[in-house]
Write a protein that binds this ligand. Structure first.
Ligand SMILES: [Zn+2]
Length: 599
């Protein structure tokens, strides 16, 4: 950061004085200079984005050492362009004249700076050290071998055991085994905290957390406050849910009702969702006899049915949608994802679709991303701004597809559920509230994850307090406690993959969750005139037109205005609380005479 100060500031002050004293012609000259610069940057960005995506795609769909090596090379070329010192210098020089530039130009320049900040080649040693440390951490993470009673167990194996084991002693052993990767990952995380903050400093951001929040035009403190507001507003519902779950689990395990929920009682290692508690909402039997192809085609029929243009033919040719046969020698990534390979019409999805409710919802989710890519791929949106209004919008729209796909009337219309199916509405709502990114998830994402990473990156929390702070937040926000005290020899935060490889990302998930319910509420009430808990988007072109209005803007406008123009409302958990209102009333009746909370 300092290295820029003296050589640049002086000539820029002079230049701006000259502009003020000069004529409109000078302002036009600045805009012309920016236009010329940005046409070069957009072209280079799009070309290298494509080279990088192609290489990453090959490495994700066919995992080989050669593809890994090629993707590393492509990643370096992409970063070398984005973080090029000449690019940084000119973008900053132009931004010093932001008042003379049109707003779209300013947004493009700011995006170029944020891209550069991930790997600013003004400090190549720092960038190289970060790349090496990120690679090392990923390797430690991927190769860590969990052990249970001295025998190796995979992470999936741990999850399966938690879902099926009822003996509390054994559950504690499984949960404790899941925390053993923390100490192995801690040294790398300490190093990465400093290197990530270092690259952010290089371009003038206070810290890495602040850099990530800049995409919202918000400071770290503003983002933390927004997340605190989410939690405060949803707290009455969370307390009822927490109380009901606490009593239900105590009964299940034959234990006295605790004040805080012991972490090893919950089927998720971090308590970020609370699965396995509602049998009446299990849709698995209804997918028997369906094909995986039918699942993906249904998802595309959903999006085109609401009036969005069909995905380009290349999507069906180039995507990798289905699980590999057991005897396949090829290895591919198992998570669902969607790719805008060339920031134009080459759109692909990587999935492992099987005919079950989880993949049915995931297919609606991933194709939501694909239709978002299509909507903003138009000449009015320059490649640098072919992105969502803020990072939470992309996930919010994709999650909206999932929420719509889980609505009973929709499932009846497309024949998954029989027409005379009588849904236990409370069971469905309870299932919605407990699983996926919903109510407990908000206290994990907005609470524990956001606060801990803000403390570590922005607050420079001493390493000697990392684990104590982590459990303070788990207790305060989530109402969960470990089976026994966890000292600083552990680093339980680092057992979460995203703490290592996707830092400071959880505010995006919390935002997306709130946004999803807000958009859904608007669609259900104002467009479909149906109750949000039981509605059907299928075949309604007004729903598609509403979403297209949001999506086709890409990142060209302020997200607050995009949201207000679309829904008439500012960001709020109002819709989320309203969606679960019938559940809240039911929980209050169930919890009558019980003391909610853990204070
Ligand atoms: Zn997604």
């Amino acid at each position: 950061m300092q290295r820029f100060a003296s050589p640049l500031v002086l000539p820029l002050i002079c230049a701006s004085l000259w502009i003020v004293a000069g004529s409109a012609q000078a302002a036009t000259a600045i805009q012309d200079r920016a236009d010329r610069f940005l046409s070069l940057v957009n072209a280079g960005y799009q070309a290298l984005y494509r080279v990088n995506s192609e290489a990453q795609w090959a490495a994700s769909t066919d995992v080989t050492p050669a593809h890994d090596a090629a993707s590393e090379v492509a990643g370096k070329a992409y970063a070398a362009f984005n973080g090029n010192p000449a690019l940084i210098t000119e973008a900053r020089a132009l931004l010093d004249h932001r008042s003379e530039l049109d707003p779209l130009t300013v947004r493009e320049l700011e995006k170029a700076i944020r891209n550069a900040a991930e790997g600013p080649m003004t400090n190549p040693e720092l960038v190289a050290a970060r790349v090496a440390a990120e690679t090392q951490q990923a390797s430690t993470l991927n190769s860590f071998e969990f052990k249970l009673h001295g025998k190796p167990v995979t992470a999936n194996g741990i999850d399966d055991l938690l879902l099926s084991t009822t003996d509390l002693g054994e559950r504690r052993a499984i949960w404790e085994a899941s925390k053993e990767s923390g100490p192995a990952l801690k040294p790398g995380l300490i190093k990465l905290r400093d290197l990530r903050n270092g690259v952010a400093h290089e371009l003038g951001y206070a810290d890495y957390f602040a850099l990530q929040m800049a995409a919202y035009g918000m400071t770290s403190a503003e983002m933390v406050k927004l997340n605190d507001d989410f939690m405060r507003e949803l707290r009455p519902l969370y307390l009822q849910l927490h109380t009901w779950v606490k009593y239900t689990l105590a009964k299940k395990y034959g234990q006295p009702v605790p004040r805080l929920i012991p972490a090893h009682w919950i089927n998720n290692r971090w308590g970020q969702e609370w699965p396995g508690l509602v049998d009446a909402a299990d849709l698995s039997p209804y997918f028997k006899g369906r094909s995986a192809e039918w699942v993906v085609q249904s998802a595309e029929r959903f999006w085109t049915g609401i009036g969005l243009a069909p995905l380009p033919p290349g999507f069906w040719k180039n995507s990798d949608l289905y699980a590999l046969p057991a005897n396949s020698t090829r290895k591919k990534n198992t998570h669902g994802s969607c790719w805008h390979v060339d920031l134009a019409t080459d759109i692909r999805s990587l999935m492992n679709v099987e005919p079950n409710p989880e993949w049915f919802e995931t297919a609606h989710h991933e194709l939501g991303h694909a239709h978002y890519f299509m909507a903003y791929t138009r000449p009015e949106v320059p490649p640098l701004l072919r992105d969502s209004a803020n990072p939470g919008f992309h996930e919010g729209i994709a999650e909206l597809g999932e929420l719509a796909a889980a609505q009973v009337p929709y499932l009846q219309q497309i024949g998954v559920l029989p027409v005379d199916f009588k849904a236990d509405e409370i069971a469905f709502l309870l299932n919605d509230a407990l699983n996926g990114s919903s109510i407990p998830f908000m206290y994990w994402a907005s609470g524990t994850m956001t606060h801990w990473e803000a403390d570590v990156y922005a607050g420079k929390l001493p390493v000697s307090e990392w684990n104590a702070r982590w459990w303070q937040y788990v207790r305060d926000f989530q109402g969960i406690e470990p089976p026994a005290p966890r000292g600083e020899e552990w680093c339980d935060a680092a057992t979460k993959t995203h703490i290592n490889d996707t830092p400071c990302y959880y505010p995006n998930y919390a935002f997306a969750t709130v946004l999803r319910y807000q958009l859904h509420d608007h669609i259900a009430r104002s467009i479909l005139h149906q109750p949000p808990q039981r509605c059907n988007y299928a075949g309604n072109p007004q729903v598609g037109a509403f979403l297209k209005g949001i999506m086709e803007k890409g990142a060209t406008g302020d997200w607050r205005k995009v949201l207000r123009d679309a829904t008439g409302e500012d960001l709020s958990t109002r819709a989320m609380a309203a969606y679960f209102q019938p559940l809240q009333a039911w929980l209050e009746a169930q919890n009558k005479g019980r003391a909610p909370g853990w204070e």
